[in-house]
Design a protein around this ligand. Structure first.
Ligand SMILES: Nc1ncnc2c1ncn2[C@@H]1O[C@H](COP(=O)(O)OP(=O)(O)OP(=O)(O)O)[C@@H](O)[C@H]1O
Length: 853
C-alpha cells in the first residue's frame, strides 16, 4: 500500500509496470539486484522509489553529467530532493548537504564516487543509504558495447558500503555482460530481473531511397508534419557532412532544428543538447555521438538517414523514441550505396576477430533493411528473445499488406450511426458518438441515448475516419459539399447493406486493409493523437503551449512538468477540480499543488473556447486508467465543500483519508467529517455506493441493532449525543448518522450485507471490558450485551479503524495494546499501517505511544 501511494504521490502513476514492484521489494529487503530491461521500460523508478519509502538516501552512479543533470531536474519537478556530485556541480554546499543525508537521491559520476573521502560515506551511512545503483551497468564490462574504465573501480565501494544493496541496471546485456556486472560489483546472490526487449509502442519502418535533393525535400516535408503534431524528432546521420546539410535544409524550411556531432566544441554540444531537452528546438540532427545522455521521454520519431553500422546500435538509437509509451515511430532510410561502407567500419577494428564481428553486425543491419518479413520479430530474435507470432502488426512489412478484411460489423456501426444521427453531419460527429463522447453537441441532440453510443470505443478517431473514407470510395456512403460544409449520409447501396444487417449478425463486407484499418496492432504508427477528437487535439496543442510557459518560468524542461501521455489524459478528461486532476494517471502531488490552479484555469478557459464540456469521457486507450465520469448537478442545498467531498469519494473513488488530507484544502479535515459529507450528499439525492460505505465505516447489522435499542431507550433521535452515550464506544457518530440517513431515505438494515464467517475480519468488534485493557487508561467502558458469537470476531486494521479507535486515547496507545485490539491483522500489517499513517501525518509516535495528530 505504501509503495502504491508513494508511486502516485511522487510519480502520479497508479500501477507499477512489470518487474518494478518486485525489484523495489527486493531492494528494500536489502538484496543486491541486476535489472536488465528495455530502454523506456521504467528501470529508473526501481531505484527512485526505495529512498522515498525507506527515508534514506539512494546513491546513483551515472556515466554522463548531462544525463544526471536532466534526471535531477525532472526529479525536482516531482517534489523529490535530488542532486548530483560531479565536476560540473556549481553548488559548493551540495557535498556537505549530501553527506548529512539531505537528499533522497544523489547522483555521482563513478570517479566522484571512488574518490570522495571515506568520511563522506561514513557520515552518510549514519543518516542512512538505502541502495547504490549503477546505471548503464554494461559500461562495467569489456564485453559490453560501451566499456568505461572508471566503472571497473566501483567494486571498491563494496568494502565501504558493506550492508548497502547494490543494483546494476542496463538496457542491453548479453549473458556474458550480465556475469561481468555481477562479478565486478561483487554482488551476493543477486535478484536478477530480465524483461522483454519488445518496445510495443514503436513502429518500425524502412524505405529504400535515392540520395539527393529531392529526397531531402521529401524528408523536410515529412518532418514538418511531425513538428506540426508536437513531440521531438531525432535524425541520425552517418556523416558530419550529412548532419550539416540536413540541418541547413530543415532550418531553411523554417523548422527549429539543432545539430550535434563529434566535431563540435563541448560547449556548443552542451547547448545543443540543452535546447533539445527544453523543446527550444523540435528536431535534432546528429551523428551517433548524440547518444546515451538523452533522457527525453517524448521523442516521437527517430529517423536514420543511412544504414546503421549494426543492429545493436540501431536498436539502441531507435530505442530513444517513445520512452513514455506513446505510439512513436522509427524510420530507416537507406540507399544501396550505404552497403559499401563495410570496409570503412572494419577499419576501426584492431584484430581479425573484431573485423569479423563488425562485418557480421553490419550484415545483420543490411538484412534488416532488405527483409520483407516482420521487423520486430527479426530485432527481438537477434537479441535472443523468442517472438511467437510471425507478424507484429506494427511494422511496415506487417501493415503494408494488400489483403482484404471483413469489416461488416464496423461498417454496420458507422453507417448505422450516421443514419441514426440524421445523415446531415460530417464524419466527426457520428464517430464521436460511436466513441462515447458526451460533448455538448451530442448531449444537446440526445445522441448519447442512441444504441450506437460508445460502441466504437475500441478504435481511434483516425481509424474510423479511414473506414469512413473507404466506405465513401466504395459507394456505401455519400459525401455532399455545400458551401463550406461537408455532410456524409448513407447511399442507397449502404441502405441496402444496413437493411440486411441485424445487431448480432451482418453479411460480410470485404475492404482492403490499410495501415489504419489493419486491426492487428494495438498501437498504430503515425497515429499522432489517437483517441482525441479534432477539438481535443486543438486543446492538446494549446496546453502544450501552456506547459512550455510553465516550464520556462520554472527553468525546466516541459516534459519534466508533465509528460505527453499525462497531458493527453488531462485533455481527454478535462477535469474541473483538483481532485479529478489528481486522479488522472500520471498526475503527481507536486503537479497538483504547484501548477494545479493554472492547469484547471487553462482547461476551463480553453475548453469553453473550443466548445468542449468539462469532466468529459476519457477516451485515451493507451495505459487507460482514466474513468468515465458522470456529472450530476450539485444539489441546491448542498454546500460546495460537501459536494466536492462527495464527488471525490463517489465519482473519483478517492479514499476518505486522501479526501481529508487533499492538498487543495487549507487544512485537513477528519475522516469522519468526510463520511458525514457523503451522508449529507446522499440526503440531497446524490448517488452513494452504500456497500463501499458500510465497509469503510464498518457498519454492520449488529451495530444497527444496538443503535435502534439506544434510540428506543433515549426516546428521540433529534440529538446524537444521548444516543451515543447509550452505546459502546466502538459505535461512533458516523455509524449513528449513517443509520439515521438510511432510515430517512427509506432503507432498512437489510441493505447491509449479512456477516458471513469469511467476512468477520471486516467487522469491528464489540469487546467486553475484560478483553481490552489499556494500561492506566482513564477511559470509561460500558458493559454491553453482545451476542456470544461476536466475542470471537477479529478486528482488521485499516486507516479508518485505527483513526476511529485512537480517538479514544488522548494519551496515546502502545504498539502491544494496538496489536491486542486489532487481532484480525498480523503484526507486520499493523506496523506497516502505522508507519504509513505516520508518514501521512495522520498519527505520530512519542515515548513509544501512538497518538492522533
Ligand atoms: N509504473 C509506471 N507507470 C507509467 N509510466 C511509467 C511507470 N514507470 C515508469 N514510467 C515512465 O516510463 C518512462 C521511461 O522510464 P525510465 O526513464 O525509468 O526508463 P528506463 O528503463 O530507465 O529507460 P533508459 O534505459 O532509457 O534509461 C518515463 O517517462 C517514466 O515516467
Amino acid at each position: 500500500m505504501k509503495m502504491e501511494s508513494t508511486l502516485k504521490e511522487y510519480f502520479g502513476f497508479s500501477t507499477f509496470r512489470p518487474y518494478q514492484k518486485e525489484i523495489i521489494e527486493k531492494i528494500l529487503e536489502g538484496k543486491d539486484s541486476l535489472v536488465v530491461m528495455a530502454t523506456g521500460s521504467g528501470k529508473s523508478l526501481c531505484y527512485q522509489v526505495p529512498p522515498l519509502i525507506a527515508n534514506k538516501t539512494a546513491i546513483v552512479i551515472s556515466p554522463l553529467i548531462s544525463l544526471m543533470q536532466d534526471q535531477v531536474m525532472a526529479l525536482k519537478q516531482r517534489g523529490i530532493k535530488a542532486e548530483h556530485l560531479s565536476t560540473a556541480q556549481t553548488n559548493t554546499s551540495a557535498q556537505k548537504n549530501a553527506e548529512s543525508g539531505q537528499y533522497d537521491i544523489l547522483y555521482m559520476t563513478p570517479e566522484k564516487a571512488c574518490f570522495v573521502p571515506n568520511s563522506f560515506w561514513s557520515s552518510l551511512l549514519k543518516t542512512g543509504i538505502c541502495l547504490l545503483a549503477v546505471d548503464e551497468a554494461h559500461c562495467i564490462s569489456e564485453w559490453g558495447h560501451d566499456f568505461r574504465v572508471e566503472y571497473k573501480q566501483l567494486y571498491k565501494l563494496r568494502d565501504v558500503l558493506k550492508n548497502v544493496p547494490f543494483v546494476g541496471l542496463t538496457a542491453t546485456a548479453t549473458e556474458k555482460v550480465r556475469k561481468d556486472i555481477i562479478d565486478s560489483l561483487k554482488m551476493k546472490d543477486p535478484h536478477i530481473a530480465v524483461g522483454s526487449f519488445d518496445r510495443k509502442n514503436l513502429y518500425y519502418g524502412v524505405k529504400s531511397i535515392n540520395r539527393g535533393p529531392s529526397f531531402v525535400d521529401e524528408l523536410v516535408a515529412q518532418i514538418s508534419k511531425y513538428v506540426a503534431n508536437g513531440g521531438s524528432t531525432i535524425v541520425y546521420c552517418t556523416t558530419v557532412k550529412d548532419v550539416q546539410e540536413i540541418t541547413k535544409s530543415l532550418c531553411g524550411a523554417g523548422l527549429k532544428a539543432g545539430m550535434y556531432h563529434g566535431q563540435m566544441a563541448n560547449k556548443a554540444r552542451e547547448e545543443s543538447h540543452r535546447s533539445f531537452i527544453r523543446d527550444e528546438v523540435d528536431v535534432m540532427v546528429a551523428t551517433i555521438a548524440f547518444g546515451m545522455g538523452i533522457d527525453k521521454p517524448d521523442i516521437r520519431h527517430v529517423i536514420h538517414y543511412g544504414c546503421p553500422k549494426s543492429l545493436e546500435s540501431y536498436y539502441q538509437e531507435s530505442g530513444r523514441c517513445g520512452r513514455d509509451g506513446i505510439a512513436s515511430d522509427c524510420w530507416l532510410y537507406f540507399s544501396r550505396g550505404d552497403f559499401g561502407k563495410v570496409e570503412f567500419y572494419c577499419g576501426e577494428a584492431s584484430s581479425a576477430i573484431q573485423k569479423n564481428a563488425i562485418r557480421d553486425s553490419f550484415m545483420a543491419a543490411q538484412r534488416y533493411c532488405m527483409q520483407t518479413t516482420c521487423r520486430r520479430k527479426t530485432l527481438l530474435e537477434y537479441f535472443g528473445e523468442t517472438y511467437a507470432s510471425s507478424k507484429c502488426g506494427n511494422c511496415d512489412n506487417c501493415t503494408n499488406s494488400k489483403e482484404e478484411s471483413d469489416m461488416s460489423r464496423e461498417a454496420f456501426l458507422l453507417m448505422g450511426c450516421i443514419q441514426a444521427c440524421g445523415g446531415y453531419w460530417g464524419l466527426n460527429l457520428p464517430i464521436d458518438v460511436l466513441r462515447g463522447s458526451r460533448a455538448k453537441k451530442i448531449t444537446e441532440n440526445q445522441f448519447d441515448n442512441l444504441p450506437f453510443h460508445g460502441l466504437g470505443k475500441d478504435f481511434s478517431v483516425n481509424w474510423w475516419k479511414t473506414l469512413g473514407f473507404q466506405l465513401i470510395s466504395f459507394g456505401y456512403l455519400v459525401e455532399t459539399v455545400k458551401d463550406t460544409y461537408r455532410t456524409v449520409s448513407v447511399s442507397p447501396e449502404g441502405a441496402k447493406f444496413l437493411r440486411s444487417c441485424r445487431p448480432d449478425h451482418q453479411p460480410p463486407l470485404l475492404l482492403p486493409i490499410t495501415s489504419e484499418s489493419g486491426n492487428s496492432g494495438d498501437i498504430k504508427a503515425d497515429s499522432g493523437h489517437d483517441g482525441l477528437s479534432q477539438a481535443e487535439v486543438e486543446l492538446y496543442k494549446m496546453l502544450l503551449e501552456e506547459r512550455m510557459k510553465l516550464a520556462r518560468s520554472a527553468g525546466t524542461a516541459p516534459y519534466a512538468v508533465c509528460g505527453d501521455l499525462t497531458l493527453k489524459k488531462i485533455v481527454a478528461t478535462r477535469p474541473s477540480t483538483k481532485a479529478r486532476l489528481a486522479n488522472i494517471d500520471g498526475v503527481n502531488q507536486h503537479l497538483v499543488t504547484t501548477y494545479g490552479d493554472h492547469i484547471l484555469q487553462s482547461i476551463q478557459q480553453l475548453s469553453k473556447q473550443l466548445d468542449l464540456s468539462l469532466d468529459g469521457v476519457a477516451a485515451i486507450e493507451a495505459n487507460n486508467n482514466c474513468k468515465a465520469y458522470t456529472t450530476p448537478r450539485q444539489p441546491k442545498d448542498l454546500p460546495p465543500a460537501k459536494y466536492s467531498a462527495w464527488k471525490m469519494w463517489q465519482e473519483d473513488g478517492l479514499s476518505p483519508e486522501k479526501i481529508a488530507n487533499f492538498p487543495g484544502r487549507s487544512a485537513p479535515i477528519k475522516v469522519n467529517t468526510v463520511f458525514g459529507y457523503v451522508l449529507d450528499a446522499a440526503r440531497e439525492g446524490c448517488l452513494v455506493d452504500w456497500d463501499r460505505l458500510f465497509k469503510e465505516i464498518g457498519l454492520t447489522r449488529e451495530i444497527v441493532a444496538n443503535i435502534q435499542t439506544a434510540i428506543l431507550k433515549v426516546g428521540s433521535k433529534d440529538k446524537l449525543k444521548p444516543i451515543k452515550d447509550e452505546l459502546p464506544e466502538e459505535v461512533d457518530y458516523t455509524h449513528i448518522k449513517a443509520w439515521l440517513t438510511m432510515q430517512d431515505l427509506g432503507m432498512s438494515s437489510e441493505a447491509i450485507p449479512e456477516n458471513k464467517t469469511q467476512e468477520l475480519s471486516e467487522i469491528p468488534v464489540f469487546e467486553k471490558d475484560e478483553i481490552v485493557t489499556i494500561d492506566d487508561s482513564p477511559r470509561k467502558r460500558q458493559k454491553v450485551d453482545v451476542p456470544e458469537e461476536n466475542n470471537h470476531l477479529l478486528v482488521e486494521v485499516n486507516e479508518a479503524s485505527i483513526l476511529a479507535w485512537l480517538q479514544n486515547f488522548e494519551d496515546g496507545v502502545s504498539l502491544s495494546d494496538i496489536l491486542k485490539h486489532f487481532t484480525g491483522s498480523t503484526e507486520a500489517e499493523v506496523v506497516d499501517m502505522l508507519s504509513c499513517m505516520e508518514s501521512d501525518f495522520l498519527i505520530y509516535k512519542k515515548n513509544n505511544l501512538y497518538k492522533l495528530m
